[in-house]
Write a protein that binds this ligand. Structure first.
Ligand code: FAD
Length: 287
């Protein structure tokens, strides 16, 4: 399939990119790695008249520290995340999840910014961002603002990004060194989007869960934070009955689409199983 006609722009500065996006309004889209946008254009599900490529803009790539926060440039590729020692050490769940995205070819081009800004419920990183309490730096015609990941996702492909705004960086407070983590993803085959996936970050004290956050991928039109399920496990030693209760609490907020990955009841059921597996594996890794 061949996309419709479009004009290609390659600004050298963020200010120029914002100006182009503001000038062309709804007819323009930022282009990052192109591994979600270009397939959508080929299928004519997206028909932007102007693509504003962010590749030539300095300062949008890389991983750095800002106090106890880890700041990741939006144009950092998924492959570069996997190569970062800081991510592997401080945010190992991001390393684990990035490795489960598609295949190396996609990860060489696909960016963290494109993955989280896309608004596709099937993308793996948004639920992770909710779990980690990330915030997004957005820059647009009215200046810069920070938006919590929990406030960003409003519907399928519908986010808090205003016209002309660009996601420039993602900022995450590093969890304690002794935290446990796991990203459990059920997929039909290697390289597929999730049928259901769950992210867990927790801490343990004296054999009991002291803190916990649980995120869900592809089980609703937006990524979900399963707050009730997390509450259920706090103060417990994650016995079988508690795990089942947590899965039930998570299933109660799931409303996946019935599609080629399975009917609604099946996807909710396996979603609950991903929650139980992620909790168990995270606890086994906690110090
Ligand atoms: C075969 C295949 C399998 C895949 N499997 C998975 C998978 O298992 N899990 C998964 O999570 N993803 C998967 N993906 C998607 C992949 O991770 C994409 O790279 C990612 O979703 C989008 O990142 P990108 O940099 O390619 O963004 P693009 O495709 O360039 O952009 C995506 C959208 O985000 C917008 N955008 C991009 N960057 C910004 C920015 N900085 N600010 C504002 N808006 C922006 C664009 O305008 C566009 O609307 C797969 C893709 C393919 C082709």
């Amino acid at each position: 399939m061949i996309p419709g006609l479009f004009s290609y722009h390659r600004p050298a500065t963020l200010a120029d990119a914002v100006k182009l996006l503001s000038t062309f309004g709804d007819e323009a889209r930022p282009l990052a790695g192109g591994h979600s946008l270009v397939p959508m254009m080929k299928l004519r599900l997206a028909t932007p008249e102007h693509l504003v490529d962010l590749q030539a803009i300095d300062g949008l790539k890389g991983v750095c520290r800002d106090g106890d926060r880890i700041v990741i440039g939006a144009m950092t590729t998924q492959h570069e995340l996997l190569g970062s020692e800081d991510i592997a050490k401080s945010l190992p769940i991001l390393h684990e999840a990035a490795l489960l995205i598609a295949d190396p070819q996609v990860r060489y081009r696909g960016t963290i910014g494109g993955n989280v800004a896309n608004g596709d419920p099937g993308n793996d990183l948004p639920a992770l961002m909710l779990t980690l309490g990330a915030s997004y730096r957005l820059e647009g015609p009215n200046g810069a603002r920070e938006v919590a990941a929990t406030e960003f996702y409003q519907g399928a492909y519908f986010t808090a990004l205003e016209p002309g705004e660009i996601l420039t960086a993602i900022s995450i407070s590093a969890p304690p060194a002794n935290h446990g983590y796991a990203y459990e993803k059920l997929k039909r085959k290697v390289g597929d989007y999730a049928t259901a996936a769950a992210a867990v970050v927790l801490t343990m004290a004296s054999g009991k869960v002291a803190s916990c956050a649980i995120g869900l991928t592809n089980l609703h039109e937006t990524p979900l934070l399963a707050a009730e399920a997390a509450k259920v496990v706090i103060g417990t030693s994650l016995d079988d009955a508690t795990l089942k209760k947590a899965a039930a609490a998570a299933e109660a907020i799931m409303s996946p689409a019935a599609d080629a990955r399975g009917p609604v009841e099946y996807r909710k059921h396996v979603g609950g199983i991903m929650v139980m597996r992620a909790l168990t594996r995270a606890a086994s890794r906690a110090g």
